[in-house]
Design a protein around this ligand. Structure first.
Ligand code: GAL
Length: 782
């Protein structure tokens, strides 16, 4: 690593780590020999590499994968000029209880696995070789209601600055829609005397053109640092919105003796928003409903290990469905996730905690809350408050203190912590106690918005019951679905049916129907909640539980179920049918989607559903014969036909004013004959990180997807890449995610290819007994 004196550098510190799974207390010592340890590149999640086992202490609720203690070590060369510099090691997140040593000196501990933290290491460095050791302790289980992952699962950075420099997260920019930009900058001074410096603020547009710069300010920074405030005006600003997520760049430069000694970059957006008790949400004075989903942080087969492309793909899939907002359930996300939301145009509800002092699971964060909540919450706000995407701070999800008078004081304290650092965004908590008089978090009278989880039947009368109170459905639905699995029922099923009865329903396929007819008893089907949320202006928006299936919380099924059924998209990233319900409602893109597949026992009466928009009616044909036209009546969100199954072709045509809009066909598939491979991207970067997601489809000889195909597919990879993970979206599969094989599930599976740093190509060949094989080539380049 090279540092130019004066300039700030921030270098990835992910490479050349050594890892040992198990406790090895001696490893903190610089003289410890780690020769036998495994070499790896961060981000790393050791849990996802392990085997599913019901006996794993994380339990199925935590994903059923191993946890434990792990050690990481890295030998590195100190930057040549370190004695005159401030060198900081930054961890975006380590799950959990990390402890860090440098050259045997203890730097500190960070219990909360979702916080970003850093240590200044300059004074412990020595010329030449240095050793960082990190202990990660995720052994006290169960500690989470979902899969957390274990290890240094987010990025690590090494930052070098001059001794007088902008402090970490030291810039706070706020802007109003007229273009008035207020800037607050915290400067630190780690020399032993006061320093006179000149501070300049410069704003650039997205093309990199300087648009405004302030008059240089002369500042005296004493050894306790300085906070300076300034403002600039951007004339005719381009506003940040979900359609046009326009960002400006602010540079803070510090100069001394005519030389730039620090440059600190912050991206920001100019936008206004408002929550109104009667009219709901508006962005830049334009009314819009928040059409959100909740997302946990895991990336399916990649586990918790951060990968920007994997996060971007999730967001692309959500965007195409019409989603305009994400709730980071129930913890601060990776910083890159928020950068993507800024860039791609998503609103974000950034959430701090799933529990306070009262526990949800035995070893969860309640143990650390008393000592750490202030620090963790402050750090989240300071880290995240410049993101234009963030419009809401959540201080907690379904917190137990709702039901307990201690909730009042804690709520007031947490809201105070947030407001002290950011007064520009509302603060809420996702509540479940619906009687405000009994809800101690609400009784604190400190929240800006009533955030209600579930209880969609209460939306209607909310304004009557809570006059003047702003309202957001912070979590909704919890419908249960397995991609490609269908069974009809006369009534909607609630699995489980209440909080007392043991769950005995379910089916041998360990699946839940994709007809949107199953939900948890506290939730609803997708249609039930959306019908209510769309009806009332005062409902600012909703966050559906969840956009994607996630590891852990496999409710309602017991083992071997190990991931959730709540997603609108399965764990592999394949949409379930309700994806198209939302797409038909939340986008203007013409949609026509029919379900189910067309392989049934002859004579069986099958419900055929169609989700559609941009049309007055849909006509269904079976083998060329019309089964009638249907159109949505009243608040219907789909149309349906009862059809006696005959093999052949089912065809739906949507029409507007008599003209065809879209045609969809589904054919009875014959025996499986071949494999088809489809990559989401055929050209990726040779940076050792980029991914190509390859979908494997099992087809019959005529090219129809075989809907019950569950063939074992074997993969061979050649060239400059490797398989980062495999999946098929089945919630009860115990096959490993790190493998060169996967069974198809309802005709599909996924192989995630990752590039190396060598340019070239990656050839993936997929074979399966009795099927003709297939291969695909992905190009990788600089
Ligand atoms: C909610 C909770 C979520 C998830 C969901 C499942 O009550 O906030 O974290 O557990 O239920 O339906």
């Amino acid at each position: 690593m090279t540092t130019v004196s004066g300039a700030r550098t921030r270098t990835s510190f992910n490479k050349n780590w050594k890892f040992f799974l198990g406790d090895e207390p001696g490893a903190k010592s610089p003289v410890y020999s780690d020769l036998k340890w495994r070499r790896l590149t961060l981000p790393h999640d050791w849990s996802i590499e392990g085997e599913f086992d019901e006996k794993n202490p994380a339990k199925p609720e935590g994903g059923g994968l191993p946890t434990g203690i792990g050690w990481y070590r890295k030998e590195f060369t100190a930057p040549a000029d370190f004695q005159n510099r401030l060198i900081t090691i930054e961890f975006d997140g380590v799950y959990k209880n990390s402890e860090v040593w440098i050259n045997g000196h203890y730097l500190g501990k960070r219990p909360y696995g979702y916080s970003s933290f850093s240590y200044e290491i300059s004074k412990f460095l020595k010329p030449g070789k240095n050793i960082i050791a990190v202990k990660v302790d995720n052994s006290a289980q169960p500690d989470s209601r979902w899969y957390s992952g274990s290890g240094i699962y987010r990025n690590v950075w090494l930052t070098s600055t001059s001794k007088v420099a902008v402090a970490k997260w030291g810039v706070f920019v706020t802007a109003d829609a007229s273009g008035k930009v207020d800037i607050q900058t915290q400067i630190q001074n780690k020399t032993l005397k006061s320093q006179s410096v000149i501070v300049v603020s410069l704003i650039y547009d997205t093309s990199g053109k300087l648009i405004i710069k302030n008059k240089p300010q002369l500042v005296n920074v004493d050894i306790s640092g300085a906070i300076i405030k300034g403002n600039l005006e951007v004339k005719n600003p381009i506003l940040w919105s979900v359609e046009n997520p326009y960002q400006y760049k602010l540079l803070i430069q510090i100069l001394q003796n005519g030389k730039v000694i620090d440059t600190y970059e912050t991206k920001f957006g100019i936008r206004s928003f408002n929550f109104d008790a009667e009219k709901g949400f508006s962005l830049n004075e334009k009314p819009m409903k928040i059409l959100g989903v909740c997302l946990h942080h895991d990336l399916g087969a990649l586990g918790a290990a951060v990968n920007v492309r994997a996060m971007e793909r999730q967001l692309e899939i959500m965007k195409a469905m019409g989603v305009n907002a994400i709730r980071t359930a129930h913890n601060p996300p990776a910083p890159e996730f928020l950068d993507l939301c800024d860039k791609m145009g998503f609103l974000v509800m950034d959430e701090a905690f799933d529990m306070w002092a009262k526990k949800k699971t035995k070893n969860d964060y309640h143990l650390n809350f008393p000592e750490w909540h202030q620090r963790d919450l402050e750090d989240m706000i300071k880290r995240d408050r410049n993101h234009p995407s963030i419009i809401l701070w959540s201080i907690g999800n379904e917190i137990r203190e709702q039901f307990d008078s201690t909730g009042i004081a804690i709520t007031k304290k947490l809201v105070g912590i947030v407001k002290n650092l950011d007064k520009t965004r509302p603060v809420l908590s996702a509540l479940t106690e619906t009687d405000a008089k009994k809800n101690f978090i609400y009784q604190a009278n400190a929240l800006d918005i009533y955030g209600l989880n579930y209880n969609h039947k209460l939306y209607k009368d909310f304004p009557k019951n809570y006059p003047g109170v702003k309202f957001l459905a912070t979590e909704t639905t919890s419908a249960l679905e397995t991609r490609g699995f269908y069974d009809t029922a006369d009534t909607i099923r609630r699995w489980p049916k209440d909080g007392k009865t043991k769950f005995t329903e379910g089916n041998a396929a360990w699946s839940a129907s994709s007809y949107d007819n199953v939900s948890a008893y506290w939730g609803s089907t997708h249609e039930e909640t959306w019908k209510e949320a769309k009806k009332y202006e005062h409902v600012s928006g909703l966050f559906v539980w969840t956009g994607f299936d996630y590891l852990g919380e496999p409710l309602p099924y017991p083992w071997p179920a190990r991931s959730s059924y709540f997603g609108i998209v399965d764990l592999a990233g394949f949409p379930k049918d309700s994806y198209y319900l939302y797409q038909s409602e939340w986008t203007n893109k013409p949609v026509l989607h029919i379900l189910p597949h067309w392989n049934w026992e002859p004579g069986k009466s099958v419900e055929v559903w169609a989700y559609y928009n941009s049309a007055d009616e849909v006509e269904l044909y079976l083998n060329g014969k019309s089964l009638g036209k249907k159109s949505k009546q009243g608040n219907d969100l789909h149309v349906l036909w009862n059809v006696d199954f005959v093999p052949g072709t089912l065809k739906a045509v949507s029409r507007k004013n008599g003209k065809d809009v879209l045609i969809r066909e589904v054919k009875t598939a014959g025996a499986a004959a071949k494999i088809e491979l489809m990559a989401d991207r055929k050209n990726i970067k040779a940076d050792g990180k980029d991914l190509s997601f390859v979908t494997i489809r099992i087809l019959d000889a005529a090219g129809n997807l075989v809907p019950d195909a569950d063939h074992l597919v074997e993969f061979k990879v050649e060239g400059s890449g490797f398989i980062a993970g495999v999946d098929n979206g089945f919630q009860a599969s115990l096959e490993p995610f790190k493998a060169n094989h996967r069974k198809a599930f309802h005709g599909l599976c996924l192989a995630i290819l990752q590039s190396t740093e060598k340019s070239g190509s990656i050839k993936l060949t997929a074979t399966s007994n009795g099927l003709s094989s297939s291969s695909i080539t992905i190009n990788t380049g600089k």
